[in-house]
Structure formats: C-alpha cells, structure tokens
Design a protein around this ligand. Structure first.
Ligand SMILES: [Zn+2]
Length: 73
C-alpha cells in the first residue's frame, strides 16, 4: 500500500496513517491434503508486520524482514 513519509497510508483514507500492530505477526503456512482437506503448519510461515486503519479496519501486511523493525533491538 502507499508508503508516505515513512508511514503507511490507508487505501480508503489517503490522508490517514495506519497504525502498526505491536510486535510481529505471521502468515502461517498450510498444505493441501490429497483428501481435499488442509493442514495448518504453524511452525512454518512468513513473519509479518501488520498495519490497520482505525477508521475502516483495512489491514496491510509487510514481510517483517523487509521492514526496519526486524533488525531493530
Ligand atoms: Zn481506512
């Protein structure tokens, strides 16, 4: 989504900076089974940073390793 002045701007509210959810989140990996089901693999996935818009609830997700937060202490 639009990155503006080191912030993330809501696609629905172009003048509103989105808030970052504290810490990190993850997109969990899953596998499709031959039986048609799915198996969630919570031990594997993509670390993520999540932003949300307070006005409309729109979410933005970035790969955590590509953000400045990943290397910050
Ligand atoms: Zn919004």
């Amino acid at each position: 989504m639009p990155l503006k002045n080191k912030g993330v701007v809501c696609i629905n509210h172009p003048n509103s900076l989105m808030l970052r959810n504290d810490g990190f989140n993850a997109i969990t990996k899953l596998e499709k089974e031959d039986t048609g089901g799915i198996q969630f693999l919570p031990e594997s996935g993509i670390p993520a940073v999540v932003y949300f818009c307070e006005k409309c609830g729109y979410l933005e997700i970035y790969a955590a390793a590509k953000t400045p937060f990943w290397d910050a202490k």
